[in-house]
Design a protein around this ligand. Sequence first.
Ligand code: EPZ
Length: 417
Amino acid sequence: MKILEITGGTKLSGTIRISGAKNSAVALIPAAILADSKTTICNIPEITDTDNLCEILNHLGVVTKRASESIIIDPSNIKNNEIDEEYSKKLRASYYFMGALLGKYKKVVMYFPGGCSIGARPIDLHLKGFEALGAKVHIEGNKYTVEAEKLVGCPIYLDFASVGATINIMLAAVKAEGKTTIDNAAKEPEIVNVATFLNNMGAHITGAGTSTIKIEGVKHLHGCFHEVIPDRIEAGTYIIIGSLCGDNLKIDNIIPEHLDSLISKLQEIGAKLEIGPDYIIISKGENYKTTNIKTAPYPGFPTDLQQPFITLLTQCSGESKVEETIFENRFMNVPYLCQMGSDISIRNQTATIIGPNKLKGKEVVATDLRAGASLVAAALVADGKTMITNVEHILRGYENIVEKLTQVGAKIKSREI
Ligand code: EPZ
């Protein structure tokens, strides 16, 4: 098992360059099979999630070639093989192969495990969208068989602005006959990135980034060249770290507009940010004030930054509250932050944080990706050494996190135990 050893207390200076967005890349890679010819996607982060998706592509007979941060995907000899659980259980985003294979072949058979540590995470909205397009869904345990004589575009309303359902329905609808409208669609920037990719292939999608997306089905899609947008959650994580222990720490290659909710919350507590066209420079501030957070679909405060932000709130003077409205179990970092010396209590879906509290290095566990990020942030400001186990969770979503932090002065190393 991999662990991280971090000795806190150093100021971080220099530049951290943000990688391509995990939550865009994990949809773009499956979407590439919709094309009849070769696609090149650049700025793909080198993380285990993208590696695992390429394994699934290879299982389908799709040739992939990684060239540093680009992937060349050639689906010309693809086979519509069943996707076994050994593949799909490695990451939840494997469910994008449902929409892509249904859209391409009108049939997909894949084994898909439910849930994960942060919540039940059902896919009922995805399946409802597929059925609305004319597919029949048969579920036997973890085995999903989704097939249709033909897919016919139609109006689809999402009961919740689900990111995954919005993208998966788009993937199934791009080659359906006629027009599909997705109402109450999610508006995350990653959805715009996927829609742009599909349009570069020859799809006709309008409205991505708004709550109403229109898709005019087409017969063929061709390969193209595409670029992954910068990862706003990776960027937000390092900006939060900079507000905890930065000294003119530059977070480079970002789209500041994608971080508006975080930036306004940081300004509320008194953080000093210099905001450039594609970077933010941040230093540790003094006497941070408290603030309250309520997570919401984009452009609201992102649930993926709630956990790292709680670490920052442990250093604010007074009482702050964080309400998590998206996932039912997304405070698993809190017991470990309390072990490190913070004062946090949870009631229903709201955490109350009283600070500031000096944190002390401890042995802690990364229970999920963003909980792990929260503990890395805490370890960087804690007195002494922190050992974080289960760091596979962290390496899934943060490309080269040890190298990126080391190069700006952090005392961090990873080792096998
Ligand atoms: C995406 O998950 C992201 N993952 C998550 O990031 C992110 O937290 C989430 O969107 C919200 O922004 C990827 O993009 C790979 P949802 P997704 O569908 O698509 C419920 C990270 O840390 N729901 O918007 O699964 C669901 O249970 C990860 O990078 C249904 O009930 O999120 C949850 O409570 C974590 N039925 C809520 O909606 C459905 O059919 C949000 O889910 C689908 C979702």
